[in-house]
Design a protein around this ligand. Structure first.
Ligand SMILES: CC(=O)SCCNC(=O)CCNC(=O)[C@H](O)C(C)(C)COP(=O)(O)OP(=O)(O)OC[C@H]1O[C@@H](n2cnc3c(N)ncnc32)[C@H](O)[C@@H]1OP(=O)(O)O
Length: 424
């Protein structure tokens, strides 16, 4: 069901020629205005063939959104085609008239046309997107570690060397993307930057973004052949208290291909002269540093929601990932926004693969349901980082056949916690 727009309003595609208007809506919606230096230094990373909006009766843009053509890494399988919803904004003088609701319906229709079974997003406010069937599918962890904090030993760490330089996007871009890709292998949610402009934006560093810190630096870890194994994009914020240096190291993003590289990187970060602490970038909740720190309690851990997932084509999306255990259950799915997903589905796994994981098929059935849930909870569990049993415990999944919840929770779970390392 497509929500109605107010009289005279209409959904439109927004071409590059309306870039200024599109951005004006965004600035008004989010309450900021980039200075000319920032505009000049941050690439235009909108994919203009995927930008849309709502026109008011006078032809002006009242609301906008766009999406990215992503591949979303899922548990145990090749990434699934995914529309990364972004740049969502309604002008403050046009809000609460159903413009976002209409844009989301339009977005889902475009996903279906393009054959994208899944959509993902970062939520500006976490109360917005559940109503549209998006579920919070991953958490991100940030820690602040005191200088000199001890790490448990990892063999091979001492054989690696660290290089430290002013970030040069041209010279370092390939290193960052190569390590980022290798570090994320097997980790659900680890979306790669899919275009040159997104890759360039990840390294953009206009002065307005520095919040009093130095320009971005790159700390990179290399093996004996010079091959990069880990990196951190960071800046130091100089601070002195009573003549004592208390500079903070603030990491924008870091990644490491293995434990030795992570150990070497953190050893370097925790031993920088004049500093007092290291604030991490977004980490998976099971990040190595939690296991390696001798005193992991004193790290002021903060957890927030990371990427949100929406199953647009339920059977295709569920078949695109793999599962940790055998399963034969009937789900009764509620989905008011996309009725084609609603109703009863039998989920059946096949033979176990050599990696211990299972393929799965979702087919329509008239059989009685074993579990009843909203598509939002299915999206939340999709990357393997949320427990269906925990949702049941919160009253959000109903078990109608004893044992079905245990089996489904075990099958949907995945050994590595999901994470996307960058907001889009
Ligand atoms: C993926 C991303 O890009 S995240 C970025 C989202 N953008 C922002 O946060 C920018 C500032 N906010 C805005 O521009 C607007 O308030 C938007 C885009 C969040 C909502 O746009 P609107 O056109 O006002 O939404 P619309 O009128 O369709 O409301 C749809 C429903 O969402 C609810 N809703 C809208 N905004 C919010 C919010 N911020 N928090 C909680 N609920 C909200 C409405 O109350 C309405 O609920 P209902 O269906 O129960 O009646």
């Amino acid at each position: 069901m497509t929500p109605a727009l107010p009289d005279g309003y209409r959904l439109v595609r927004v071409p590059l020629s309306r870039n200024d208007e599109f951005r004006e809506v965004d600035h008004l919606a989010f309450g900021y205005e980039p200075d000319p230096e920032t505009v000049a230094q941050v690439p235009d990373y909108i994919e203009w063939d995927r930008a849309s909006g709502v026109e008011a009766p006078d032809g002006s843009l009242a609301a906008v959104h766009a999406s990215f053509d992503f591949e979303l890494p899922v548990p145990g399988a090749a990434p699934v085609e995914c529309a990364g919803l972004t740049w969502v904004g309604t002008r403050p003088d046009q809000r609460r008239r159903g413009l976002l609701s209409a844009m989301i319906a339009d977005h889902f229709a475009h996903c279906q046309e393009r054959g994208e079974p899944v959509s993902a997003l970062y939520a500006a406010e976490s109360s917005i997107y559940g109503r549209f069937g998006y579920g919070s599918a991953a958490d991100e962890l940030r820690v602040t570690v005191q200088r000199g904090a001890a790490l448990r030993d990892v063999p091979g760490s001492e054989d690696l060397v660290v290089r430290f330089a002013k970030l040069d996007a041209g010279a370092h871009g390939a290193l960052v993307e190569r390590v980022h890709e290798a570090a994320g292998r097997g980790r659900p949610g680890w979306i790669r930057r899919s275009t040159d402009t997104l890759r360039a934006t990840a390294l953009a560093d206009p002065p307005a973004w520095r919040q009093g810190g130095e320009p971005l630096r790159l700390a990179s870890v290399h093996d004996a052949d010079g091959e990069p194994r880990a990196y951190a994009l960071l800046r130091r914020k100089e601070e002195w208290v009573d003549n004592i240096p208390k500079t903070k190291v603030v990491v924008r993003e870091s990644a490491a291909v293995d434990a030795a590289a992570a150990h070497r990187l953190w050893s370097f970060l925790l031993d920088m002269d004049l500093t007092a602490s290291v604030q991490s970038g977004p980490l998976p909740v099971d990040d190595r540093v939690r296991s390696l720190l001798v005193d992991a309690r004193d790290t002021a851990p903060k957890i927030t929601d990371n990427v949100w997932v929406r199953l647009v084509d339920l059977p295709a999306a569920l078949a695109a990932r793999r599962y940790s255990g055998p399963l034969d259950v009937v789900l009764d799915v509620a989905d008011t926004r996309l009725p084609a997903n609603a109703g009863r589905w039998r989920l059946t796994t096949g033979e176990v693969g050599p990696d211990g994981a299972y393929d799965l098929q979702a087919t329509r059935t008239e059989d009685d349901a074993d579990l009843a849930l909203d598509v939002r909870e299915l999206g939340a569990a999709y990357l393997g980082g949320r427990s269906l049993a925990a949702f049941a415990d919160a009253g959000l999944v109903e078990e109608r056949r004893t044992g079905a919840l245990q089996a489904a929770s075990a099958a949907f779970a995945w050994p590595l916690a999901p994470l996307c390392t960058w907001g889009f």
